[in-house]
Structure formats: C-alpha cells, structure tokens
Ligand binder design. Structure first.
Ligand SMILES: C[S@@+](CC[C@H](N)C(=O)[O-])C[C@H]1O[C@@H](n2cnc3c(N)ncnc32)[C@H](O)[C@@H]1O
Length: 486
C-alpha cells in the first residue's frame, strides 16, 4: 500500500477507535447573555422576549450551562458553588394531551439528563409548563410546521413564557464543570480510558493543580468509576505498566474487565492492560481453529491465551513479569481455561529457545497449526533473531509456525518498515511472504503494526544462530517508549 494511502487508513481507523476513549471536552462557549445569579425560587412567569443576539442564538444551548464565574480557579471541589439561575423559554400546555405534545415537541425541549422538563404551575392544575431549549427556540416562529400544527390542534397559544430555572452541579457534564474551573483559554481537552472501575488520565501540566478536583468530578459524572488515576508521562518499564497516582476514590487497583466474552482480573498498577487492543485480540483469535497451538511469547494477563484456549487451542503462554504470570494463571481459572494453558514466567528469548523449541518439532508434525504471538511492539521484532537456527540443521518434516509479531513504526511506509526490520532480524527476506496489518495509530506519526508470516524453513533450520549468548537467558532489555498510550 502506498504511504499516503496508509496514512489515510490510519486516520479512518482512529476515528473508529475513538469510541473507547471518553473525551472530556471539545466544547466551546459563547459568552453568557443568560442571567447568572444566586439560587432563587422559580417563580416569575412573563412573556418570553428573546434576549439572544443573532450570533449567540445557535450557541445558546451551551451558554446556558455556564456556571457562576466564582468557581474559576477552584482546586477543592465545592459542589454547592455551582448553583445558579437561568431564564429559559417555556410553553404552557394543557394537562390533557400532554404526552402527545411533549412527544411532538421533542426537537425543541430542553435536553439535560436529570432535569425535569415538565413543571407544575402554582394554582393551575389543568396546565403544565414545558421547558424549551433556548438554542432551538427564541421566538414563536422557531417552531416547525409539524410542531405548530400539533400545538394548534390542542389549542395551545404560541406564546412563550420565561421560566427561571435553577441549575446545580448535578445538571452539569464533567467538561462543563472543568471548563468553568480551569484557567480560561487553556483547553480542558483530555481523554480518559476506563479499565473496569478505574478511569485513567494523562493530565497536562496546566491541569495538575486541579488534579484531585478533576478526579472527583470524573467519579461524580461517570457511574461505576470509583477510582481515578493519573498516568505519569512515560511508559518506561520493562513490564509496560504505568506509574500512576491515585487522584480520587478508593485506590483499589484490582480491576475486573470483560473482553471478547472472557473475564479478566488484574492489578492495573502492576501489569499491562490496554482496552484499545480488544479488536486486535479478537482478530487474531478469529484466525485460530480448535486443535491449533498458540505460543504466546509476551502473554500479559492472557487476552490472547485465554480466548484461544476457550476456542479449543492448546496454549503455552509466557510473560517475564511475575505479576502478569500470576494474574494469567488466575484468569485461566476464572475462564475455566486452565486445562489448556501452560504458563511460563521467563524472558521471551529464553522461552523461544526453551519451551517453544522443545515443543515445536512435534507440533509441526501434528494435525493442528502452530501460531506464535509476539505482542511487545517496542521490542518484539528484535526478538525474531531467536528463531534463527532454532531447530536445525538438518531440516525436518512439518509445517512451519505462523508468526504474528507486533512493531511500532514511525516511517512513512510502516508496512515496508516492519517487513524490512523483521527480515533483517530473521536473516531472511519476508517480502512477498508476509501480510502486514495496521493495528492502530498510537500517536501522531506512530503506527502499531502486526506482521504475520510462516516462519521460513531456511531460518528455522539455518546453521547460523543469532549472536546473543544463545541459550543463556539474557537480562531483559530496558525499553523506552515516547508515548503514554501503550
Ligand atoms: C504490550 S504487553 C502485551 C500483553 C498482552 N499480550 C496483550 O496483548 O495485552 C507486553 C508484555 O510483555 C511482557 N514483557 C516485557 N518484556 C518481556 C520480555 N523480555 N520477555 C517476556 N515478556 C516480556 C510485559 O510484562 C507485558 O506483559
């Protein structure tokens, strides 16, 4: 695929992927013409006169939710300080036929979760007030033909009332709270990912003074989130777990998540888990057939190994991190997959040169196919040299294993880049003998790729082995990764 085409594909792919990341804000306010005052009883009813300037009318919906300016700079969350009153248009509707009227006016009704849109009128039990969105309704001419018709049918005069609506912290979305609190002009745009009950963020410098407030707001506004953590800015550990700081909540780091029909539990502060890989796990597992064998060199807590076993494959799963190994065993049991999984806790190269080499000759002669999965994108391509001369010479019978090896690329042509690097490490060309899949865009100009290929027999049975100290288990390499998203 040409570089340009591949880059566009990445962007499209990104759009699809954003659904798992909750955006705190892409939100802008037009300045408030709506009244901001202390909390007052909702009382006055007077004929609505549009106060909106034409250029402000379209943004009125968001201006409506601008909390009092006094909250700006707050670092310790004071929910009471977010009470204020705004004027919104309202229609007086007969109680009879109310349901049908509300349904027909859906387009123009004030939309806000948790907010009552139909309110009583003191001393008039035959009518109710329907609160309308000032962004949609500024005068009686704002109603569409169908709306006007249904109002006429019920004899409702096209006369707008002015309703004083009390708003509180409860009526605000998290981005609206944060927009009001954080310094004006600096964006509050920040995503968080969710792993079970844990929301994890990557705060920017200007957001740090507000970190505990941000944590509390996210817990308040996201049911099920009981712990909010901030990742430090690099993922720089051998085990690829984040350094984290608890911003709010119970500090319980043992998460429970579901992925592709399996359940996983793990200590999120001590192992690697990325909800953005769910589709990739699913894609690879879909390639497997019952009776196949999966050799997972960097298994983590089991997102390839566990579903593969449940699909009827035999699995050898390895991870260097003792915590990952422990949770992998736990997850095998949790998913009743332990009979089919043998777990190892060693360096990936030692695993290839040890248990994998011992099992491979018989597996290659067997009826099922053999898949080697290598998901450590920052380094896995470098581990491919461990396959050089793994079984030979002499060459023996059997089908070579299919390798699925992950790599990051910052090149204009990531497909070519990973193919060249994989070929160089194997010591044999893969061009024309592999397929390369774009997994996801990790950062601007950084792609995660998966290269899949049958391990060339001339590599497996080569007389030349990699010059790495051979069967000695090397000290695991320390790795650096510039972004925080993996
Ligand atoms: C990117 S994670 C992938 C985990 C899992 N396969 C997944 O898809 O979520 C890479 C894993 O490799 C492990 N790891 C890092 N260096 C290793 C090494 N030298 N040998 C074996 N495992 C290693 C880490 O502990 C981590 O669990």
């Amino acid at each position: 695929m040409a570089p340009v085409m591949l880059r566009s594909a990445c962007r499209i792919h990104n759009l699809v992927k954003t659904q798992i990341c909750v955006n705190l804000s892409c939100w802008s306010l037009s300045c408030g013409v709506l009244k901001q005052a202390g909390a007052q009883p909702c009382s006055s009813l007077r004929t609505w006169v549009s106060e909106l300037m034409p250029e402000q009318q379209s943004g009125a919906g968001s201006a409506l939710y601008t909390p009092p300016s006094g909250v700006r700079g707050m670092t310790s969350l004071d929910r009471e300080a977010f009470a204020w009153t705004v004027n919104v248009p309202a229609l007086r509707l007969p109680k009879q036929g109310l349901n049908q009227l509300v349904k027909s006016l859906k387009r123009v009704i004030l939309q806000r979760p948790g907010m009552k849109r139909v309110v009583d009128i003191g001393g008039d039990d035959d009518h109710r007030l329907l609160l309308l969105d000032p962004g949609s309704v500024s005068s009686p001419t704002s109603f569409g033909d169908a709306e006007t018709e249904v109002l006429g049918k019920f004899g409702v005069p096209l006369e707008l009332q002015d309703y004083e609506l009390q708003l509180t912290y409860e009526n605000l979305k998290s981005e609206e709270v944060l927009r009001a609190v954080l310094p004006e002009g600096l964006d509050v745009t920040s995503g968080f990912s969710r792993v079970g009950h844990i929301a994890h963020l990557n705060l920017r410098d200007h957001q740090l003074p507000y970190k505990s407030l941000i944590g509390e707001v996210l817990m308040d506004k996201n049911p099920g989130v009981t712990c909010v953590v901030n990742k430090t800015n690099t993922i720089d550990s051998t085990y690829r777990n984040f350094q984290m700081e608890v911003l709010a909540g119970d500090g319980n780091m043992v998460a429970k998540v579901r992925e592709n029909g399996c359940v996983y539990e793990f200590d999120f502060s001590r192992v690697y888990w990325n909800p953005r890989l769910s589709t990739e796990h699913e894609r690879v597992v879909a390639l497997l057939r019952p009776g196949d064998t999966v050799l997972d060199v960097f298994a983590g807590v089991g997102p390839f190994a566990v579903p593969a076993a449940r699909r009827g494959c035999s699995v050898l799963a390895n991870d260097l991190n003792p915590e990952s190994h422990r949770w992998l065993l736990h997850n095998c049991k949790l998913n009743k997959a332990e009979r089919r999984v043998r777990a190892f806790n060693m360096d990936g190269r030692a695993f290839i040169r040890g248990p994998l080499r011992e099992e491979l000759p018989a597996l290659m002669r067997g009826p099922g196919r053999v898949h080697v999965v290598m998901n450590l994108p920052a380094l896995a391509l470098d581990f491919l040299d461990a396959f050089r001369g793994l079984l030979g010479p002499p060459e023996t019978e059997g089908s070579p294993p299919l390798v699925h090896c992950y790599g990051f690329s910052k090149q204009d042509d990531p497909q070519r880049d990973v193919t060249e690097r994989a070929s160089a490490n194997l010591g044999g060309p893969l061009e024309g003998r592999c397929s390369v899949h774009l997994v996801r865009n990790v950062a601007p100009n950084k792609e995660m790729m998966c290269i899949s290929f049958p391990l060339p027999k001339e590599v497996l049975f080569s007389s030349e082995t990699a010059d790495d100290g051979s069967s000695e288990e090397p000290a695991p390499k320390r790795q650096r990764c510039e972004d925080t998203t993996d």
